[in-house]
Design a protein around this ligand. Structure first.
Ligand code: HEM
Length: 215
């Protein structure tokens, strides 16, 4: 085992800022939805809009970062060990079996994580962002009478946006549980805070050896 610098500064900033913004957007969004009263409706609407803009800016920077660093490749799903990974989380983990895949700087995500995070990036986040933007500019977006977005009933936009909110909350709950399934219950969380994680040193090994079973 060796201490490896796995999560870069921007990556950690982006991860925790995104987590805080999603938490705050869920809080204010569900107040707008009428689920509870906390800040007051007007304040919740205003705060939700400000946080939404902050998230949009963060997403723009993170897309830039993923493509300029090549980190987007981490999310290309691989299916060879997918079944073994699912079996591990449903059965093996409770019997103390070893992880079926190995984490490294070039392969931070196991096959199930890569697939789930890809779904987050390509389905859940776009659903929330697109419906959120349509919601935000409803009645003002069609000023030139060319684009008739406001023909979509607002109830449909609100329904799809709320559906996205439920999906992302489900994701967050499972995600937090999954973070406790590393070498120790807190090793993954500490790695996302400090950047460093204890991993088997494989920096000299070719990519194809990376998913080898743990000894
Ligand atoms: C960039 C992303 C987002 C944008 C642009 C956005 C925008 C909006 C807008 C414009 C509204 C209507 C209230 C208002 O006028 O301010 C709204 C409502 C809402 N938002 Fe968001 N939002 C985003 C992200 C999120 C996230 C991450 C969540 C939850 C995790 C969320 C949950 C909700 C909920 C539950 C409502 C109430 C829907 C209703 O019943 O009418 N939003 N959002």
């Amino acid at each position: 085992m060796q201490k490896v610098y796995i999560y870069k500064k921007f990556e950690r900033f982006w991860h925790w800022t995104q987590a805080a913004l999603i938490f705050f957007l869920a809080l204010t969004g569900f107040e707008v939805h009428g689920s509870f009263s906390f800040l007051g409706y007007e304040q919740a609407v205003e705060s939700h809009r400000v946080a939404a803009w902050m998230l949009l800016i963060l997403i723009a920077f993170s897309i830039f970062w993923h493509f300029t660093t090549g980190e987007w490749r981490q999310y290309i799903p691989t299916f060879s060990k997918l079944q073994a990974q699912i079996r591990y989380y449903t059965v093996g983990i409770f019997k103390g079996e070893p992880h079926p895949t190995r984490k490294s700087v070039r392969k931070k995500l196991n096959p199930l994580q890569a697939l789930t995070y890809l779904g987050f990036k390509l389905v859940m986040a776009p659903l929330l962002v697109i419906t959120g933007i349509v919601y935000m500019f409803y009645r003002t977006i069609d000023a030139n009478n060319m684009v008739i977005v406001s023909d979509i009933p607002l109830e449909i936009v609100a329904f799809l946006h709320t559906l996205g909110a439920y999906l992302i909350i489900m994701f967050a709950i499972v995600h937090v549980y999954m973070t406790t399934t590393g070498h120790t219950p807190t090793s993954n969380i500490r790695a996302m805070l400090t950047g460093y994680e204890d991993l088997e040193d494989d920096s000299e090994q070719p990519l194809k050896d990376e998913n080898k079973k743990e000894e």
